[in-house]
Design a protein around this ligand. Structure first.
Ligand code: HEM
Length: 173
């Protein structure tokens, strides 16, 4: 029984750590993850109750790979758009690849995923580009097309769009 209790406690801590995300102590998480008493079998019953918990938008979107697929689809749409293409004209491949990675990280972190965004804030990195209202509408059209292509359910689409819209004031000038 002592073992069972230990496992349950470790799992509670593990869950707490993942809910707290970056606010949890790394050292503590490491200790729990590496603990020899955390066995898969003892986690099964607890894990099934987890499915009843509210999932993050990150999880509901399908996690890192799904968000990466969205960025992979969206960026070329923007780059080849007749109105928006100017923002990426004459930019080097490496700069564009770096920007794509930062976009993925930003979206994952914004959706509650276990990712630390290390890029600049939205106001700083777009300031001076003169992104207009009209550019913003075109951008939203492409974002909607990408979300539709991946058949993202409506509720999640709305959440993504409202997250993006919350950034408008920092990006449009
Ligand atoms: C009309 C809309 C937008 C345009 C034209 C645009 C354009 C650009 C361009 C050209 C860059 C590269 C800047 C540079 O390397 O100096 C950039 C960077 C970035 N953009 Fe946007 N953007 C738009 C909207 C958004 C939105 C809605 C998001 C977030 C959901 C976003 C996230 C980012 C990120 C994370 C970076 C990289 C930041 C960094 O370099 O530290 N952008 N954007």
């Amino acid at each position: 029984m002592a073992d069972l209790f230990g496992n349950a406690l470790a799992y509670e801590e593990l869950r707490g750590a993942s809910v707290l995300g970056s606010r949890g102590s790394d050292e503590h998480q490491g200790a729990v993850l590496a603990g020899p008493r955390v066995e898969t079998a003892s986690l099964q019953p607890e894990e099934s109750t987890m499915s009843a918990e509210v999932k993050t938008l990150y999880e509901r979107l399908g996690g890192y790979d799904a968000i990466t697929a969205v960025a992979n689809d969206l960026l070329p749409r923007l780059q080849t758009d007749p109105q928006l293409g100017r923002f990426w004209a004459h930019r080097g491949e490496d700069g564009v690849a770096r920007e794509k990675q930062l976009l993925i990280d930003f979206l994952c972190a914004g959706a509650g995923g276990p990712v630390y965004y290390r890029g600049r804030d939205m106001a700083l990195c777009h300031r001076g580009m003169r992104i207009s209202e009209s550019d913003w509408s075109v951008f939203l059209g492409h974002a909607a097309a990408t979300l539709a292509k991946f058949r993202v359910p409506e509720a999640e689409q709305r959440e993504v769009v409202s997250f993006v819209q919350s950034l408008k004031g920092e990006i449009v000038e």
